[in-house]
Design a protein around this ligand. Structure first.
Ligand SMILES: Nc1nc2c(c(=O)[nH]1)N[C@H]1C(S)=C(S)[C@@H](COP(=O)(O)O)O[C@H]1N2
Ligand SMILES: [Mo]
Length: 418
């Protein structure tokens, strides 16, 4: 599949080979592996300096994480899907999942500023924006989900018997919110965007990310191609009508609709605008597909999210047999709005259409419901399978990748009738 990002990535890598790209905090080995995968090799790449060591920080989420709303996983908190039943279209801020590489920094609006800098600006001179400056630009509201690329990762193991690395999310590493903020395009234009600009690199103000092996990868940052940066990306300062909460990037985060969550950098403090392609560990070693079914050096950097469905029920939920229940759930896709959802209550032997409660929405999910009367006590397997506006339907199994990204298969949700 030759997506625009694939072609763009090959061009970037060629430029790195020619010494025209920058790779900060990326090992030479990773760059060489990517070059091999893209079928580019030959010239000797420039030497890279070794990353400096730093102490790792303890995880910390500011908002309360009651057990009926969240499952805590390391420095992260997964939304319990059962807690979304009846909450409306947007995920309330108090139950929106949190994915932190390190810990939530508590930043003040008054002290915050955004620095836009780099050789992709016309004057190559840093330009600063206060929160008031951002609010003086035209405000845009948009409804979009943020979903971790690893959402559903645990099912590679529990359903497919495969080993993957990373946080063992079930399906709750997603939330949909109404975001309000300035267009990144307006900020870049105001800063003086040059025609030479190719990459935009937002960077968080949270602490350096130190891997389990002790490598300091620097602050969380991932390059965005200029084409996406100028398209539909926001610098959001409101979430569901409230100032952005601390855990979700207060006072300002990047919001990249339909793309993997890592693109939506929280607590953004500076944005490098570059005339040369940029690499960070977040578009080299992470957020590509590696494994037997993928090119040796990995796929192109991940962009759009995949397609999924979830029941608003706990795993192993208990339901009364012989009684009709109204069951609810949600389905979503990064490829387009969800147009159809089928459900099965007998492990996949028979399927019926679920009733959809929302029109198909790009960058969003649809709520759905079905009625079911468990005829007999005992375990039953519920399945839900979505189809999006591009015609894509959830498969029975997901092709394995070592880091467990983009799980899209139908999940087998076991409940117990009593
Ligand atoms: N600065 C910063 N931005 C970040 C992260 C982070 O750890 N630090 N995590 C990313 C990842 S992997 C995801 S999935 C989303 C999660 O957003 P949320 O915590 O608001 O749900 O934020 C992204 N932005
Ligand atoms: Mo993520």
């Amino acid at each position: 599949m030759r997506t625009p990002e694939t072609a763009y990535d090959r061009r970037r890598l060629r430029q790195w080979l020619a010494g025209e790209a920058r790779a900060d905090g990326v090992s030479r080995r990773d760059m060489l592996r990517l070059l091999a995968a893209a079928g580019l090799a030959g010239a000797a790449p420039v030497a890279l300096s070794a990353p400096a060591a730093a102490a790792s920080t303890a995880g910390g989420i500011v908002k309360p994480l009651p057990a009926d709303l969240f499952t805590v996983r390391g420095t992260n908190a997964e939304t319990r899907f059962a807690s979304l039943a009846g909450t409306g279209y947007h995920t309330p801020n108090d139950r929106f999942f949190v994915r932190n590489h390190t810990a939530t920094p508590v930043l003040s609006e008054a002290d915050w500023k955004l620095t836009v800098w780099g050789d992709g600006l016309t004057h190559d001179r840093p330009v600063e924006f206060s929160l008031a400056d951002l609010k003086n630009l035209p405000a845009v509201s948009r409804s979009a989900f943020v979903e971790c690329a690893g959402n559903g990762r645990s099912f590679f193991t529990s359903q497919q018997g495969q080993t993957v690395s990373g946080t063992a999310w079930t399906l709750g590493a997603i939330g949909a919110a109404r975001w309000r903020g300035a267009r990144l395009a307006d900020v870049l234009k105001r800063a003086g965007l040059s025609r030479r600009a190719v990459d935009v690199l937002p960077r968080g103000l949270d602490a350096d990310y130190v891997t389990a092996e002790g490598a300091d990868l620097g602050r969380v940052r991932r390059p965005l191609p200029l084409s996406k940066a100028l398209d539909d990306v926001l610098l959001a300062y409101e979430m569901n009508g409230e100032p952005l909460p601390h855990d979700h990037g207060h006072p300002v985060r990047v919001l990249v609709p339909s793309w993997v969550g890592i693109a939506s950098i929280k607590w953004v403090g500076d944005i490098q605008v570059s005339a040369r392609p940029l690499y960070t560990p977040w578009n080299t070693d992470f957020y590509r597909l590696f494994g037997d079914a993928h090119p040796d050096g990995g796929s192109a950097p991940l962009t759009r999210q995949t397609i999924k469905s979830a029941w608003e029920l706990d795993a192993q939920a208990t339901l009364t047999a012989g009684v009709t229940h109204r069951l609810t759930g949600r389905s979503w896709s990064g490829g387009g709005g969800v147009v159809h959802v089928e459900v099965s209550t007998d492990g996949g032997a028979t399927w019926t259409a679920a009733r959809l409660h929302d029109a198909p929405r790009r960058d969003g999910w649809v709520r759905w419901s079905t009625h079911w009367r468990p005829a007999s006590p005992g375990p039953h397997t519920l399945l839900a399978r979505a189809t999006d506006s591009t015609g894509r339907t959830q498969p029975d199994a997901t092709v394995h990748n070592t880091q467990g990204y983009l799980f899209d298969a139908v999940v087998r949700h076991v409940v117990n009738a009593v």
